[in-house]
Design a protein around this ligand. Structure first.
Ligand code: WTA
Length: 653
């Protein structure tokens, strides 16, 4: 635990303005009361939230059934997610929202679409009928592999309307990654698009699906939305156009009555082995947490224009582009492309033109903006902004203060939100009207969330000695399992503190005297590159699958922009020599096996890897080498100490 010792000593404190606090959805007094209720009884707190923020078709009979590691929330309760995100905003009490913008979408080339709640409801009903016509039934898995276009939100909501389980695969994943996920989920249908636009150019998606399906014979149907109008090859009898199906579909589709514990979606995420985990979320608890946190962390109001820059292919996009935001009847902005297309001021231009009030992005993006320079920001009027958020990785205090000053004009509270694919929704965060913030700290657990830092024995630790971040009591948005792998679910998250029944988050953290949480990063072999989780083993398996590679070890190295950079140590087969052209080939290979975002920044060749005499690769040592610091600690167990010097030579380009 010694290396978790924190070096951060941030003393600055930012208080919410009186004006913000007064108008906040939770003012200081209510926030305090909610925190107390959550501490006294998480169940009562969440039941109150579920009642106030969610529309149920039938009330639940019991709030929680908990036999670690299995939780059931809101037992017997019936609801439908698309009903909560759409129908309740166009009929009855909420019907005035019918003509309100649900989605303001902007394509990278500059085309825009504004879709009202009424229109979105109609599209979703139609696509629900399309899915039904294609034989999709309750519980079936539907894979969505799409660019950031409104059709993706339509397809998600349609799945929830008929009780199908969606599994979204981020558009940057390769054919191999798609077939692995499709096969693991047992999906028979994929919804995709011809392609999308990024950095001024169209890219293909359908072509990648075609390749993936060569190794996923279970897929019988592919629905293709048209975005770029590029040429694509369609397989007769299997592939159908979105527009053709929608033209024929009825707009009448009542929402299915779903059980609170019916599966809602699967989302694959990296773990410590080469195989991604299908994180399973269910209906009632997930929606309760996504909706409640959206309302009180982002302080969502009816006149807000909210923009989360995450791709819907990651969990942030699920909970805070679509479900949590639409369930509140708010306006969500979706942008298709890159932040520097056509120029480095694209985001600020979007904020100015759409009068965005709430902006939620990742620290890696913030650090990139800093590097691009303040002149791009000064060109634009950002005075509409009233709240800023960050997610995905620890934010360094310099980036935090820059964000606060340059983007927020010194007037916007910042919510630094810690959570995970597994947690479903925000867990540790400030509340904008009531919590004083400190740059670099995610501050305090959300009411009803029982988080702590503990030592190896499971005992609470505070102060500068860090500990393992755990969640001590079940929460409504928690994962219900790993698709098809009960054993891995138990081993990954629960076995470490089996006796206590704590959830192991996989992050290190420390708490200061006020109980504020400072997240220190992953404690396992998962790297967080630009806020994307990549397993070291995944990259290793990809490298080793290349014909010339004998062995590979991958570690993360701190990087000023991306948080972590991927460094690969590679030994080649039978006396082969590594050079820059092989480096390029290996990078391409990783892109093909996983996706471009997983490409190693640095590849070092060696004729051996540092191993103990028992044959274990010494990763700690590789980490030192990757960081360019002196190799510390005991190296006497090394089988061949001379290889250290060789590995220390940096890559020459
Ligand atoms: C990291 C993203 C520090 C953390 C929602 C976690 C953070 C992993 C923060 C989950 C934050 C996320 N401060 N670290 N505010 N938010 N992380 O599953 O290591 O893509 O375990 O979910 O990101 O990544 P995931």
């Amino acid at each position: 635990m010694a290396d978790l010792e924190s070096i951060l000593e941030e003393k600055r404190v930012f208080k919410p303005s009186a004006e913000f606090s007064k108008k906040a959805n939770w003012n200081k007094a209510t926030a305090k009361a909610m925190r107390e209720l959550g501490e006294k009884s998480p169940q009562r707190f969440w039941a109150k939230m579920a009642k106030e923020n969610i529309t149920w078709m039938k009330p639940w009979k019991k709030v929680l059934d908990w036999k670690a590691p299995n939780a059931k929330w809101f037992l017997g309760g019936k609801l439908n997610v698309s009903h909560n995100c759409l129908d309740r905003h166009i009929e009855g009490e909420g019907s005035w929202r019918k003509n309100k913008a649900a989605i303001i979408w902007e394509g990278e080339p500059g085309d825009t679409r504004t879709i009202t709640y009424g229109q979105l409801h109609r599209e979703v009903c139609k696509f629900s009928n399309v899915l039904k016509q294609q034989g999709v039934k309750k519980g079936d898995r539907v894979v969505l592999y799409m660019p950031m276009i409104p059709e993706l939100a339509v397809a998600m909501l349609a799945c929830t309307r008929i009780g199908a389980i969606h599994s979204i695969i981020f558009g940057g994943f390769s054919a191999t990654s798609i077939s692995d996920r499709v096969n693991d989920a047992g999906a028979k249908i994929i919804v995709t698009a011809d392609g999308g636009f990024r950095r001024g150019k169209p890219f293909g998606l359908k072509s990648i699906v075609n390749e993936a399906l060569e190794s996923a014979p279970g897929v019988k149907r592919v629905i293709v939305a048209k975005r770029t109008a590029q040429r694509v090859s369609m397989q007769v009898g299997r592939d159908l156009w979105w527009d053709d199906l929608m033209a024929e579909a009825s707009a009448n589709c009542p929402p299915a009555e779903m059980d609170a514990e019916d599966p809602l979606f699967i989302l694959y995420t990296s773990g410590t082995t080469g195989k991604p985990k299908g994180i399973l979320h269910t209906t009632g608890g997930y929606l309760t947490q996504a909706t409640t946190t959206s309302k009180y962390v982002f302080d969502l109001k009816d006149d807000d224009i909210y923009w989360c820059t995450a791709d819907i292919g990651w969990v942030t996009g699920h909970s805070y582009v679509v479900y949590g935001i639409l369930a509140n009847g708010a306006t969500t902005v979706m942008y298709e492309g890159a932040p520097n297309s056509p120029a480095e001021d694209r985001f600020w231009d979007i904020i100015e033109r759409h009068r965005i009030t709430i902006f939620y992005t990742a620290p890696t993006a913030i650090r990139t903006f800093i590097r691009w320079g303040d002149e791009h920001i000064k060109k634009h009027d950002l005075s509409s902004l009233r709240l800023l958020g960050t997610v995905g990785e620890p934010i360094n205090p310099e980036a935090w203060t820059w964000y606060q000053k340059v983007i927020g004009g010194g007037r916007c509270p910042i919510v630094d939100t810690w959570w995970q694919t597994e947690t479903g929704g925000i867990m540790i965060t400030s509340l904008p009207g009531s919590v004083n913030t400190k740059p670099g700290s995610a501050t305090l657990p959300f009411p009803g969330i029982c988080a702590d830092t503990v030592n190896e024995a499971g005992e609470s630790v505070s102060g500068k000695t860090g500990g393992l971040l755990v969640i001590k009591k079940p929460w409504p948005g928690m994962l219900r399992g790993i698709w098809g792998d009960k054993k891995r679910f138990r081993e990954t998250y629960w076995d470490k503190f089996k006796k206590q029944g704590f959830y192991l988050a996989g992050d290190g953290a420390h708490r200061d005297r006020q109980g504020y949480f400072w997240i220190m990063g992953r404690i396992d072999d998962v790297m967080n590159v630009s806020g994307h989780r990549i397993g070291t083993m995944e990259v290793e398996s990809a490298l080793v699958s290349h014909a010339k590679v004998a062995e590979a070890a991958v570690v993360g190295r701190p990087d000023a922009i991306t948080g972590t950079a991927v460094v690969a140590f590679v030994t080649l087969k039978g006396g082969l020599e590594g050079d820059n052209s092989l480096r390029d080939a290996l990078r391409k290979h990783v892109a093909k096996e996983i996706g471009s975002f997983a490409k190693p920044a640095d590849i070092r060749f060696s004729n051996a890897l540092p191993k103990t005499r028992s044959g274990k690769i010494m990763r700690r040592l590789l980490r030192n080498i990757a960081e360019g610091v002196d190799v510390v600690g005991d190296t006497t167990t090394l089988e061949d100490p001379s290889i250290i010097a060789k590995l220390q030579q940096p890559e020459t380009r």
